[in-house]
Design a protein around this ligand. Structure first.
Ligand SMILES: NC(=O)c1ccc[n+]([C@@H]2O[C@H](COP(=O)([O-])OP(=O)(O)OC[C@H]3O[C@@H](n4cnc5c(N)ncnc54)[C@H](O)[C@@H]3O)[C@@H](O)[C@H]2O)c1
Length: 445
């Protein structure tokens, strides 16, 4: 098939490249000329393991094209994937501006039947809005062209996006149209070779499924964080509790790692959007509100521990921070707990030396220039450089190189041997034996 994917971020780029890899001809469209130019030269603007070789392969084979013009991409195209961002508005609702802009463009230039697929995460009712916008544009042009709007939410994880897209747990197709369902079925045949993973449902059901999935995962994290905080007060080791409850197959081990809160481009904004959606139906979302509130507090838990240890004035201290990305495997800093910690530490007068294996360039772009100018923040070249003269280490992102560091070398270069472990990566007993003062999240030290 000939496909157009609109938006070349983490989702759009992976979607476009993976469909091209399966033999389709794909045009990826973005409003950012810089991104499109780089992609056309075979350069990936984001960090996503395994994506670059696939990009090169499909460019070489002529199956993948990049353009800033949706109008041009629309010629001879049967399926349009909308994969643009849906960030939060100030009130927590999803900002649909980009999605509806794309719908408007499609309506302006559509010439024959096509399927418009919402891949962006959008609230229940968005497909209706997309349909209305396209119809309005067609009416303005005085033409009647049939089209369908499908909801096909994406469940990939940054850092493992290719594998998730190529071997998905499930493919959700929300549509009321037999014709659109058949086109989507055909498109996804190569991803269903060993078993059919597709679940068909109504458009609104599919829109809700994506929000419910993210809200469920966020709830598990906030739940275990609440238990961990309680463990801290009761002298209980949450890591034993985690293993104890994870062994129950009804609970499972995934998404019950205690830590300094979740971040990223999805969970925070999607849970907030669901809260807003509930409010718009005059429904009180008690559980979802608590998930948001627990996470807001949890993103401050490392700072609270640091000020409890050193006092509120940190002006004489240097804190080494390991990890800036919101999770390992990505350079994405959106809503990252590290940003909250940096803000609080620098606000309390500390000097911060931070290191991340891949998110340093992204951090340099978004962090306040004044922090660099005043030497409040130094981005270190190496994980151990971030600890030279440091009074403590705060571990925020559990990248693999931080798992078994050289503790002896760390002791030698640090001013004080203190670790605040925001991801429970280290064993408190071993830390004591190595001569470190250690505090995890809900650990018995
Ligand atoms: N990032 C993830 O892990 C993930 C996973 C599943 C679902 N999602 C959802 O997928 C959607 C996209 O997320 P993302 O992380 O890829 O976003 P992103 O911010 O990385 O990329 C969005 C891209 O869309 C482009 N864009 C915006 N308006 C445009 C327009 N009118 N025409 C063409 N391009 C336009 C932007 O320039 C940008 O390159 C969001 O709704 C998100 O919630 C994200």
């Amino acid at each position: 098939m000939n496909l157009t994917v609109i938006g070349t971020g983490y989702v759009g780029l992976v979607t476009g490249i993976c469909f091209a890899e399966m033999g389709n001809t794909v045009t990826c469209v973005d409003t950012s000329t810089e991104k499109i130019d780089r992609l056309a030269e075979g350069k990936i603007p984001i960090y996503e393991p395994g994506l670059e070789p696939l990009l090169h392969n499909n460019l070489r084979e002529g199956r993948l094209h990049f353009s800033t013009s949706l109008a041009k991409a629309m010629e001879n195209c049967q399926v349009f994937f909308i994969a643009v961002g849906t960030p939060s508005n100030h009130d927590g609702s999803a900002d649909l501006q980009h999605v509806l802009d794309v719908a408007r463009e499609i309506g302006k230039f559509m010439t024959e039947y096509c399927v418009v697929v919402d891949k962006s995460t959008v609230p229940v009712g968005t497909a209706d809005k997309v349909r209305a916008v396209i119809r309005h544009e067609l009416a303005q042009r005085g033409v009647e062209i049939d089209f369908d709007v499908v909801s096909n939410p994406e469940f990939l994880k940054e850092g493992g996006a290719i594998d998730d897209f190529m071997r998905p747990d499930r493919i959700i197709i929300g549509t009321e149209s037999d014709h659109a369902r058949e086109m989507m079925r055909q498109l996804y045949v190569p991803f269903n070779m060993n078993r059919d993973r597709t679940i068909y449902m109504g458009v609104r059901d599919a829109e809700m499924t994506k929000y419910a999935a993210n809200a469920m995962l966020a709830t598990k994290i906030s739940f275990i964080n609440e238990i961990a905080n309680l463990c801290d007060l009761l002298g209980v080791d949450v890591e034993n509790v985690r293993r104890g409850i994870g062994s129950d197959s009804r609970i499972g081990y995934s998404f019950i790692y205690p830590g300094c809160g979740f971040g990223g481009s999805c969970f925070p904004k999607d849970v907030s959007a669901l809260v807003h959606l509930a409010e718009s139906c005059e429904f009180e979302p008690k559980v979802l509100r608590s998930v948001v509130e627990r996470n807001r507090c949890q993103q401050r838990v490392l700072f609270d521990k640091i000020t409890r240890r050193f006092g509120a004035d940190l002006s004489k201290l240097t804190i080494g921070v390991w990890g800036l990305a919101f999770k390992p495997g990505t350079d994405d800093l959106r809503e990252a707990p590290s940003l909250v910690l940096l803000h609080d530490l620098i606000g309390a007068g500390a000097r911060v030396k931070a290191y991340d294996p891949v998110a340093m360039d992204a951090a340099r772009k978004i962090l306040p220039q004044a922090w660099f100018d005043n030497c409040d923040l130094v981005l270190a070249d190496h994980q151990y450089d971030a600890l030279k003269g440091a009074d403590a280490l705060a571990l925020v992102t559990e990248w693999k190189p931080f798992r078994t560091p050289d503790f002896r070398a760390m002791k030698k270069i640090m001013q004080q041997s203190i670790i605040f472990d925001g991801r429970n990566q280290y064993d408190p007993t071993q830390m004591r034996e190595e001569g470190f003062e250690y505090e995890g999240i809900g650990r018995r030290s």
